[in-house]
Design a protein around this ligand. Structure first.
Ligand code: PAF
Length: 284
């Protein structure tokens, strides 16, 4: 496994892989890898001859006062995990290589970027789309793999890929959860033991909503009111949003149907966590 820091070197490796007829699979991350990332790498290993993992804490997707400086980092541990997962190349560019002086070009996806996390984190998806399209240009993968935990991110990236005719398949994989239901996230490390316990409101709210739907409650407003009441009982939890949206457009829905996704974002102390689930259990 190679660790490549330079864009020029990464491009050379891409050109020689292409010349050798190899397919490239790509898992973009900000590092501090957990089991969820490893599941993406496992699929990446199956899907390409050359598996590239990028680790880049992308400054343009963090707003003022967010956790850019504190974001957890451990390249040594990430390298060991990546090696075990069969990664061929870890691409770890420096911020000044990705955004050199004079940098002025950004990718903005309208509409679906503006709701949910886009409302509470203005500019976030502009940063995500900019870095992801730059990484796609450098790495030129046939397939790129993301986690479904960032449901809106995945929808926005799919939209961007379609709109910009990018020749890459975007794959979303199921959320990886701890044994007690908490969705895996690099940010879980910020939680104190008590906050970690309170964080279970996320997965518990998803379960409650699914139970309500299974019992015949299809009115979105009613479900949301009940969930908010439940979440508000946790002393350190502040709701950012609780919304039921159409899976493709991310527009709010009035009644639950097979396309309904419940999306949650809460602050637990200073830590912002998200989670989501479809609401109708599919039998197929
Ligand atoms: O999901 C993430 O880790 C990041 O948003 C991504 C896709 C790597 C872009 O920086």
């Amino acid at each position: 496994m190679d660790i490549i820091r330079s864009v020029t070197e990464m491009r050379k490796r891409v050109v020689s892989a292409q010349a050798a007829g190899q397919t490239i699979s790509f898992v973009p991350t900000m590092g501090f890898l957990h089991q969820g990332h490893l599941s993406l790498l496992e699929e990446g290993r199956r899907r390409g001859d050359l598996l590239v993992l990028s680790i880049f804490i992308n400054p343009t997707q963090f707003g003022p006062g967010e956790d850019l400086d504190d974001y957890p980092r451990d390249l040594e541990q990430d390298s060991q995990l990546a090696q075990q997962a069969g990664v061929d190349i870890i691409f770890v560019p420096e911020a000044k290589a990705m955004y050199p002086p004079g940098y002025a070009t950004y990718v903005d996806v309208e509409g679906i970027s503006e709701t949910l996390c886009g409302t509470s984190r203005p500019g976030h998806f502009r940063g995500v789309c900019t870095i992801v399209s730059k990484l796609f240009n450098i790495i030129q993968p046939q397939v790129a793999i993301f986690g479904n935990k960032d449901f809106q991110q995945l929808a926005v990236i799919k939209r961007m890929t379609l709109d910009m005719n990018l020749p890459v398949e975007i794959l979303g994989l199921p959320i990886f959860r701890e044994a007690d239901g908490l969705a895996m996230s690099s940010r879980n490390v910020y939680l104190s033991p008590d906050q970690r316990r309170q964080a279970l409101v996320l997965s518990q709210s998803l379960a409650t909503a699914k139970e309500l739907v299974a019992a015949g409650e299809l009115d979105c407003a009613t479900i949301i009111v009940q969930l908010k009441k439940y979440i508000d009982q946790q002393p350190d939890v502040r709701i950012d949003y609780v919304q039921i949206c159409h899976q493709l457009t991310l527009e709010d829905q009035n009644r639950v149907d097979a396309d309904s996704v419940l999306l949650l974002a809460v602050f637990i102390g200073k830590t912002r966590l998200i989670d989501n689930s479809f609401l109708v259990i599919k039998n197929d």
